[in-house]
Design a protein. Structure first.
Length: 140
């Protein structure tokens, strides 16, 4: 089986509030949206934000709520944009979890929670290359 992830879907309580975070904070443009879901075309993956109740019904998983123990990452090509991206996400409704700092493995990273408490790591990591088209590769 091919090693891939096609779509990541996050459950959200308020689609407009979520859209502000992703569109104003990251500057992403939706490729599809309706009253229940917004899709963003990424670098080979699609990110969806889906109203939590609708997502729970779609999965036949009543009572589904809250983020699980995971973090999504938005890597940048150099250390310089890490703090400004974090600041933009906070201005767009995000909540600071950890300010930009140097982890033991090198680089620079910080964490922001979106309005539905999904954790996003904003990071520069030596050994990860970001191509012109946004595709990411692990080069260590």
């Amino acid at each position: 089986m091919q090693q891939q992830i096609s779509v990541i879907t996050l459950g959200v309580a308020d689609l407009a509030r979520s859209a502000r975070f992703y569109q104003d904070g990251f500057g992403w443009a939706p490729v599809f949206q309706n009253e229940e879901i917004v899709f963003y075309q990424m670098n080979g993956v699609i990110l969806g934000t889906f109203l939590k109740d609708s997502l729970a019904a779609d999965m036949n998983r009543p009572g589904f709520s809250g983020p699980a123990a995971f973090a999504l990452a938005h890597n940048v090509a150099t250390a310089e944009p890490v703090a400004p991206v974090i600041d933009a996400l906070i201005a767009a409704g995000g909540r600071l979890l950890q300010p930009a700092s140097a982890p033991p493995h090198g680089g620079l990273r910080g964490y922001v929670a979106d309005p539905d408490d999904h954790a996003w790591e904003i990071a520069f990591m030596p050994g990860i290359t970001i191509a012109e088209d946004g595709r990411v590769s692990f080069d260590l």
